[in-house]
Design a protein around this ligand. Structure first.
Ligand code: DGL
Length: 257
């Protein structure tokens, strides 16, 4: 049955596991295949052509696994390729990500919000359109943080070096209260503790995981693709780096963040 087929989830590396964690919670009876392209991470400083091609390749890996839907658990890959993927595969729901700016803006009037993401995401038309929708309602600071992904890819989610890096990025903005920080890259939820330590306890951190969980549920429902089984689903982890990458995915899937 088509509903028994897995949902594919991809990322430039291990960051998409922060999304997979939510998907497993929202859709416990679905089977998932996760593909992390850690051998080519980070994507965020590459050209649009390169990110586009890598995303196409990662999607093919998942389609070869006969996935019934694909979640681009990567803001960068979404910005570069989701339009073309939807055109190429009109019968397969493709669910992408964008920084959770809306809930951050709606939470409080006239707030001061930092959107952290990769350089590519923040330059993309997709993000600029999103930002334009809310720019009159909040002070929105776009902050590229290219240095975080390599820390997460080597499982360094809290260290003096990471804290020092975060200080160089955030210190220029700490003179005034930051109401919210949007984690616009799926690697960033894994360094929440370090971010919180640098920005203080009063800033709200927003990520996309719950929003995507609900969105994937709705998409599967509307395409009649929800798995009707009542048995707990399976999770298969694949990584272009091989067993070392798979092992890190496994750790991040089960560690508390
Ligand atoms: N995890 C990806 C995202 O959400 C990007 C990380 C990278 O630069 O590869 O944008």
């Amino acid at each position: 049955m088509i509903t028994d087929k897995p949902v594919g989830v991809l990322d430039s590396g291990v960051g998409g596991i922060s999304i997979l964690r939510a998907l497993v919670r929202y859709l416990p009876c679905e089977n998932f295949v996760f593909y992390g392209d850690s051998a080519n991470a980070p994507y965020g400083d590459r050209s649009e052509e390169e990110i586009h091609e890598l995303t196409m390749n990662s999607t093919s890996v998942l389609l070869k696994k006969d996935c019934k839907a694909v979640v681009l658990a990567c803001n960068t890959a979404t910005a570069a390729a989701i339009k073309d993927l939807r055109q190429m595969y009109p019968d397969i729901p493709m669910i992408g990500l964008e920084p959770a700016l809306k809930p951050a803006v709606l939470h409080k009037k006239n707030s001061r919000i930092i959107v952290m993401a990769t350089s590519f995401t923040l330059k993309s038309q997709k993000y600029l359109d999103l930002r334009n929708r809310y720019v009159d309602q909040a002070e929105i600071i776009s902050l590229p943080c290219p240095g975080i992904v390599p820390f997460v890819e080597r499982q360094e989610t809290y260290s003096p070096e990471l804290l020092a890096y975060l200080h160089t990025e955030f210190d220029p903005y700490l003179d005034k209260k930051i109401d919210g920080i949007v984690l616009g890259c799926t690697h960033f939820p894994f360094v929440k503790r370090a971010i919180r330590e640098v920005v203080g306890p009063d800033t709200i951190l927003y990520d996309s995981a719950d929003g995507v969980g609900r969105q994937v549920m709705r998409q599967l429902e509307s395409h009649n693709l929800l798995n009707t089984s009542h048995v707990k689903g399976t999770v298969e982890l694949l990584n272009s780096k091989g067993p070392e990458g798979v092992e890190l995915c496994r750790k991040l899937l089960y560690q508390s963040i």
